[in-house]
Design a binder for this molecule. Structure first.
Ligand code: FES
Ligand SMILES: [Fe+2]
Length: 372
């Protein structure tokens, strides 16, 4: 996208009335803006790409998409999790197309080149001729899988495609601090909901999570959290909202409890529901108007739930997410109207967190590296 055009699009953060405006519609619909995000914000930051507990045995692999690029998460022989570009070094075919266990070798289906779980090339059958795997001068060490910088924080796998993000502990410091009361040794996954594809730009899912304004209207049958008990949180890369119920009427596993709705820029979402639940959303942008989403549910106090209790939680969260998805999909449809060209208006009280998230987007896509 041309720098002047981009600048013009993103410059108007506030209207003459003093109210904050949302990002222009193009930031949610245009292929050019999506490509710009792939080359900037989704490459230069720590992007959440998977749940560690879904890679339990050595040889487990999960293909994912990060910044529009095929990426492979791999459980190595030593138990560590690594990420590689999911592309064969021979003809650059997508190497793995579905989650599975590959054993000791990741074998390309096209001409049977094989890589070990650390990404080293171990076989290139007949590449130099019949029964000659390596032509003269072929250095197999130079043809291993391309590694991607990876950090596993508790159950969450983060990747930094361009390798330039600061160390994860510094990058995520505000979120780490806000979750410091959680005893992570006791945090256990109890289930994952897979929502598949959602017809919305990924930023709407983030924005929806960090504003409390919609909760009373959209979730009126699934939650009991009065608006007046909510407030927003703006703390660097961690923006979100919270609710401290003045009257603690809820019970564990309901949505009438004090909660923290926190994000780590750009795509990580964690909800803390007192006294004993966590929920984490895996948000995978795959295009300007499409994304994938999963949600993992966790207990935080080592408590044991019955199968019925777990099913109850899953069905509650399924319904809550579906309520949010409908709003985000309709926000997306709204972006095709000229009415949305200036982004609508944001509440100074309930949606300042949304603007704070958008400011980080603007900053990332207009950084000198992005527009040069
Ligand atoms: S493309 Fe993978 S072996 Fe040929
Ligand atoms: Fe919601």
């Amino acid at each position: 996208m041309e720098p002047e055009r981009l600048e013009r699009l993103l410059a108007a953060t506030h209207g003459a009335d003093g109210l904050a405006r949302g990002l222009p519609a193009e930031a949610y619909t245009s292929e050019a803006f999506w490509q710009l995000e792939c080359n900037t914000v989704l490459s230069s930051t720590w992007v959440c790409a998977g749940f560690a507990h879904e890679l339990s045995a050595a040889g487990d692999v999960i293909p994912v998409t990060v910044a529009g690029k095929p990426v492979l998460l791999v459980k190595k022989a030593d138990g560590e999790i690594a990420a590689f570009h999911n592309v064969c070094r021979h003809r650059c075919l997508q190497l793995v197309d579905q989650p599975k266990n590959v054993g000791k070798l990741i074998r390309c289906p096209y001409h049977a080149w094989a890589y070990d779980l650390s990404g080293a090339l171990r076989a290139s059958p007949h590449f130099g001729g019949a029964d000659l795997d390596q032509p003269e001068g072929f250095n197999s060490q130079a043809h291993g899988l391309w590694p991607i910088r990876t950090t596993v924080w508790h159950d969450w796998i983060f990747v930094n495609l361009d390798g330039t993000a600061e160390a994860f502990e510094d990058y995520a410091a505000p979120l780490i601090e806000r979750l410091s009361g959680v005893n992570f040794h006791q945090v256990e996954p109890i289930g994952v909901l897979d929502f598949g594809e959602i017809a919305t730009n990924w930023k709407f899912i983030m924005e929806n999570f960090i504003e409390p304004y919609h909760v009373q209207f959209v979730h009126k049958t699934t939650t009991r959290q009065p608006l007046g008990d909510h407030y927003t949180i703006i703390d660097g890369r961690c923006v979100g909202s919270a609710v401290d119920l003045s009257e603690e009427e809820g019970t564990s596993g309901s949505l009438a409890v004090s909660s923290r709705y926190l994000t780590l820029f750009p795509n990580f979402i964690v909800g803390r529901y007192f006294p004993d639940q966590l929920g984490v959303y895996l948000n995978i942008p795959i295009g300007p108007e499409r994304m994938l989403q999963k949600r993992a549910l966790y207990t935080t106090e080592g408590q044991t739930l019955t199968a019925e209790e777990i099913d109850g939680l899953k069905s509650l969260w399924w319904d809550v997410h579906k309520e949010d998805h409908e709003m985000c999909e309709r926000m997306q449809i709204g972006r095709h109207s000229p009415v949305a060209s200036e982004g609508g208006v944001l509440s100074p009280v309930w949606e300042d967190s949304v603007r704070a998230f958008q400011d980080q987007i603007v900053q990332a896509v207009t950084a000198p590296k992005a527009v040069n």
